[in-house]
Design a binder for this molecule. Structure first.
Ligand SMILES: Nc1nc2c(ncn2[C@@H]2O[C@H](COP(=O)(O)OP(=O)(O)OP(=O)(O)O)[C@@H](O)[C@H]2O)c(=O)[nH]1
Length: 331
């Protein structure tokens, strides 16, 4: 079983853009490589072949869904930058245009912080190459445009990264309570099962459902119902450890994944929440109660069976009169 990484270090964007850059580079470099061999500029031709081979390899990897940071950082990027520098050295001003796609390549094949670093290093290295091979007025324009493109690419990609992070946060968060929504539930349970198997750490889940919540809405209105849900989420947060993961499954149903908690510890945590809710003043009048199903993970259990067992315990808690905690050993 593999650990699931739901907050992937490398966004889908990088995988796709690295694939596109690699494919376009192969198509763009190939005819010039053939030409370099034709005019017996074998050194340039050889560099072109290396660039084509690495870009093809990178494209195949990306196509198969693997983004390799070492490959892009230590091969693709330096080779593309090296080709553009060598081209300026050999062909002078005619080849200076290659510097622009080389700068953009940094931002399309590397994570932003590394792209910025690679861009600065590239600008520093190309400075003497350009100065030596271009006339001063051409060099001034060439370098000014190169810096402008670098700033433009950095600001654009930074904005995309910010928006991506914001969208990701929104997609996994329940707007009303600020807890996780269902989106990450499967991955979080899979990770818990993985940790349980590797580290033998006990894992438990609590399934919580507010009692007679329909009556709360009917009696006090939907707005008060919403405030009650927010207040209940706050009680859950206050009663949880930093390692625990809290979800709103939908409506008035919630789930807590307790890391390193066996059944007894999970029952204690559930009882604490149940009694806090009962003592809380979340309702304008009368008391609010919650029923909780508890289930510790047992060896080789599938996540769906784990959830189903916990749901059955919650169902028992409701059937036994509500405001109850029921674990597997109490069935
Ligand atoms: N205020 C508010 N109500 C919600 C929200 N989502 C679901 N509900 C209400 O939650 C209520 C759930 O009712 P039921 O599923 O019958 O459950 P219950 O009344 O709590 O009864 P038991 O679970 O059997 O104790 C429904 O009236 C839904 O309209 C929400 O986001 N805000």
């Amino acid at each position: 079983m593999k650990k699931v990484n739901h907050t992937s270090k490398h966004p889908e964007f990088l995988l796709k853009s690295a694939l596109n850059v690699s494919l376009v580079s192969v198509i763009a470099i190939a005819p010039f490589t053939v030409y370099d061999f034709y005019v017996i500029k074998n050194g340039m031709g050889f560099l072109g072949v290396i660039a084509i081979l690495f870009c093809t390899f990178n494209a195949v990897l990306c196509f198969k869904g693997t983004y390799s940071l070492p490959l892009n950082l230590f091969a693709t990027m330096p080779i593309m930058a090296g080709c553009s520098l060598a081209a300026i050295n050999v062909w002078g001003v005619t080849a200076s245009f290659w510097a622009y796609p080389a700068v953009l390549t940094c931002y399309f094949v590397l994570p932003l912080h590394l792209a910025r670093l690679a861009n600065i290093v590239y600008l520093a290295i190309i400075l003497p190459f350009g100065w030596y091979n271009l006339s001063p007025d051409v060099f001034a324009r060439f370098y000014a445009v190169l810096i402008s493109i670098s700033i433009f690419a950095y600001l654009t990609l930074k904005e995309i990264a910010l928006q991506h992070a914001q969208l990701h946060r929104l997609s996994i968060t329940d707007v009303l309570t600020g807890l996780n929504n269902r989106f990450l539930l499967s991955d979080s349970l899979e990770n818990a099962i993985f940790i349980n198997q590797c580290e033998k750490a006990p894992m438990s889940i609590l399934m919580l459902d507010l009692d007679h919540f329909k009556k709360v809405n009917d009696q006090y209105g939907h707005d008060v119902g919403d405030e009650v849900l927010k207040g209940f989420a706050a009680i859950m947060k206050a009663s949880s450890n930093s390692n625990d993961i809290l979800f709103r499954l939908g409506g008035e149903e919630f789930l807590i994944l307790l890391h390193s908690a066996d059944e007894n510890q999970a029952i204690q945590a559930a009882e604490q929440i149940r009694s806090h809710v009962q003592k809380s003043k979340l309702l304008p009048e009368g008391e609010l109660t919650v029923s909780i199903g508890v289930c510790e993970l047992v060896c080789n259990k599938h996540r769906k069976d784990w959830l189903k067992q916990c749901d059955a315990n919650l169902y028992l808690a409701k059937n036994r009169g509500r405001n109850k905690v029921v674990a597997c050993s109490q069935r």
